[in-house]
Design a protein around this ligand. Structure first.
Ligand SMILES: O=C(O)CCC(=O)C(=O)O
Ligand SMILES: [Fe+2]
Length: 300
């Protein structure tokens, strides 16, 4: 679901002064949220555009959207604080921005690290289907990725898949295994606003107080020690996710937002030869997490 900004709105936003945001612990303050929402509400077509955005993320059959902010990025400069404030304001209309990582700024860089585990965030390989903060008791409701630079060698399309649709294609036996508290992944420390460590967890959890998550990362298949039966069930889910995937290349200024209760995300490998690309020219995304203000807006 790609959403263009009407040209009337683009023209208005180029000259729109937004104040810098303020944080209260990990969260954007209520004052900032109110200011961003009320100031932008008067811009032509803003209310209609964000209604379309929210519907794409939480309406029937929805779960992700790409807001095309490329023209604004070009006009303002993508490194300009004013551009990032506009992107933050669009996000704020969906849910409240926050940073679970106390040592990182609100928007976290996801660059390219040639020496890192290639399958992990900022690695150069296949970033398999996952939800972010999968092992937190309260994962972010939305994860969002703003594209600053694409892979200059042409790799790294984003992949998205409807998690509930994939689960529905599995056998009952398989679903029963996925509902057992038999899965774990990763480490958990020094995180704000996402609850406690959840370990072990069920992939399909009716006991999950928030409901709705398909708590899955295909990265657990190679990095967590799982029983044979549970690993097989998880592998089948990973295969169904790939079966149902959509893929597209983010362009500079594209802002991908994912409802983590509906869709899982990942990324195809970057093109080979990243070693030959100067660090300053490599692919760069900025990541921001959002917390829903009311559960009613995010339940399927
Ligand atoms: O690089 C990408 O496009 C996705 C990165 C991602 O999903 C993550 O870091 O959690
Ligand atoms: Fe992710």
């Amino acid at each position: 679901m790609f959403i263009d900004i009407p040209s009337e709105l683009e023209a208005a936003l180029i000259n729109f002064p937004l104040p810098e945001w303020e944080l209260d612990g990990p969260f954007l303050t209520e004052t900032t949220v109110e200011r961003y929402r009320s100031e932008l509400a008067v811009a032509p077509q803003f209310v209609e555009t964000t209604a379309t955005l929210r519907h794409a993320l939480t309406g029937e059959g929805g779960g992700y959207a790409v807001l095309r902010l490329g023209n604004l990025a070009k006009a303002l400069g993508i490194d300009n604080g004013r551009f990032l404030r506009l992107a933050t304001a669009f996000a704020t209309d969906v849910a409240t921005p926050f940073s679970p990582f106390p040592r990182w700024p609100l928007w976290k860089d996801i660059g390219v690290k040639v020496d890192k585990d290639p399958g992990k965030s900022s690695g150069i390989g296949y970033n398999a289907f996952h939800m972010d903060l999968v092992n937190a008791s309260r994962p972010p409701d939305f994860t969002t990725l703003l594209c600053v630079r694409r892979d200059p060698l042409g790799g790294g399309p984003s992949i998205l898949s409807d998690a509930h649709a994939a689960v529905a294609r599995l056998s009952e036996d398989c679903r029963a295994l996925l509902a057992e508290s038999a899965y774990h992944y990763g480490t958990f420390f020094d995180l704000f606003g996402v609850g406690e460590e959840y370990k072990p967890f069920p992939i399909l959890g009716s006991s999950d107080p928030d409901g709705g998550f398909v708590r899955f990362t295909a990265k657990m298949l190679s990095r967590s020690d799982l029983s044979r039966a549970h690993a097989d069930a998880a592998r089948r889910l990973a295969e169904e996710l790939v079966q149902g995937q959509v893929s597209f290349m983010l362009q500079p200024g594209d802002y991908l937002m994912v409802n983590q209760r509906r869709f899982l995300h990942g990324r195809e490998p970057l093109h080979s030869g990243q070693n030959t690309v100067p660090a300053a020219d490599r692919r760069l995304l900025l990541q921001l997490f959002l917390r829903a203000r009311g559960l009613a807006t995010t339940r399927p």
